[in-house]
Design a protein around this ligand. Structure first.
Ligand code: RFL
Ligand code: PHB
Length: 390
């Protein structure tokens, strides 16, 4: 039977980043991905990178294009009741974020992996595990109707929310915590110049909206929508009209419309699975936790998990020490819960909740009024947004 040090399940940003960091540390990996590369690259998701994520891309040797094309953002705007409030990251925290799309992060990581010759099996079906609680678990999968088995030391479950890894942890071990929000985000990508130089988070009585971007010529916009909305009912024109209504008067005339390149609806959820380790299986990224996208934390949390796991595996292979791996779940979860709190808070503060009791609406208004009146409160938002330390 073939064997490899670490089998990584999933070639999303978590799996690919972990793969590259381990390769640079001389640790051999195999990635199994159930989809094709084009499918993986077709998913339009995150757009904002914390400095920690940027630094990991550099350590993985995948930063050349990101450093050239990424847009440094020193602040963001929040618009409430027609008034714009700028949160100045630079002034409040001395830090900034980088706008560089998840698609590009994934593309760069895929290219680096191909260049170093490390193996990725795409369209690997029916991945399953045995012996997770032994020293050498076995991973099985099917490719082109052939069954394969691989023996390994460790499995990194980087296969997202719907993957097989979390589901392989016995039910009596796994605890999950969840909040489902009564709305989703309808996203549209278009090759039009963004409406502003920075992102704008809009709390409007018709619903939340977000103006984001991928570059100076590519915009990404989101609208809060009902969970029963169908994408077919949203023509580009209907989307642009609804967005325009939610924009501040100063920006309505600046909005440049164009055909959508992509349009999709995503439900919003908060979710955490504990523990993030079972035997030799380690969960990382969306496989273990989901945040609503309002704080731009999902991809960045996947990156911090990967950092802790990389450190633990390096200690194991270079020094035969297991403290890092033994402490992985606790360390990762401490940061995860803080990002869960921040994402829940941003979501709760900025969206319209159907049938919300008046009391909650009043609290929401007070929360926003306090935020904009207090440098301490704005600093708390800024330091969470740019990313808490690892
Ligand atoms: P992914 O990206 O879901 O990748 C998992 C991979 O595993 C594969 N897979 C399997 N492979 C083999 N066998 C199986 N049985 C498998 N099952 C699944 C899948 O095909 C896939 O390729 O998880 P990963 O790597 O943990 O990365 C997480 C991020 O993708 C996610 O957290 C972010 O996209 C969330 N997110 C955002 N995060 C940010 O940090 N900043 C943002 O601005 C931001 N905006 C967003 C977002 C997510 C969004 N959506 C659509 C959920 C905006 C949106 C709209
Ligand atoms: C995005 O550009 O896709 C994006 C940006 C910020 C968020 C969520 C999504 O909070």
């Amino acid at each position: 039977m073939k064997s490899v040090s670490v089998v990584i399940i999933g070639a999303g940003p978590a799996g690919l980043l972990l793969g590259q960091l381990l390769q640079t540390s001389g640790i051999e990996t195999l990635i199994l991905e159930q989809r094709s590369p084009d499918y993986v690259l077709g998913r339009i998701r995150a757009g904002v990178l914390e400095q920690g994520t940027v630094s990991l891309m550099r350590q993985a040797g995948c930063a050349e294009r990101m450093d050239k094309e990424g847009l440094v953002h020193h602040g963001t705007a929040l618009m409430v009741k027609g008034q714009m409030h700028r949160i100045d990251f630079q002034d409040l925290t001395g830090s900034s974020v980088l706008v560089y799309g998840q698609t590009e992060v994934t593309r760069d990581l895929m290219a680096a992996r191909a260049a170093c010759g490390a193996p990725t099996i795409y369209e690997a079906e029916d991945v399953s595990f045995s012996g997770l609680d032994t020293e050498n678990p076995i991973v099985r999968y099917r490719k082109d109707r052939m069954e394969h088995q691989i023996r390994c030391d460790f499995i990194a479950g980087c296969d997202g929310f719907h993957g097989v890894s979390r589901r392989s942890i016995p039910a009596n071990v796994l605890k999950t915590y969840e909040r489902v929000y009564p709305f989703g985000w309808l996203g549209l990508l278009s090759d039009t110049p963004p409406v502003d130089d920075e992102l704008i988070y809009i709390n409007d009585r018709r619903g939340f909206a977000l103006c984001s971007m991928r570059s100076h010529s590519r915009s990404r916009y989101y609208l809060q929508c009902g969970l029963d909305e169908k994408i077919e009912d949203w023509s580009d024109e209907r989307f642009w009209d609804a967005l325009q209504e939610r924009l501040p008067a100063t920006h309505q005339a600046r909005l440049v419309r164009g055909p959508s390149i992509e349009k999709s609806i995503a439900p919003l959820r908060s979710f955490v699975a504990e523990p993030m380790r079972y035997g030799q299986l380690f969960l990382a990224g969306d496989a273990a936790h989901i945040v609503p996208p309002t704080g731009a934390k999902g991809l960045n949390l996947a990156a911090s998990d990967v950092y802790y796991l990389w450190q633990g595996l390096k200690e194991f292979y270079h020094h035969r020490q297991t403290e890092g791996l033994d402490g992985y779940a606790v360390k990762a979860l401490a940061r995860v819960w803080k990002a869960e709190r921040f994402s829940w808070w941003m979501t709760t503060m900025l969206h319209q909740f159907p049938d919300q009791p008046v009391f909650e609406t009043k609290i929401q208004q007070a929360e926003l009024a306090y935020l904009f009146s207090s440098r301490a409160a704005m600093t708390a938002l800024a330091e969470n947004y740019v990313g808490l330390p690892y």
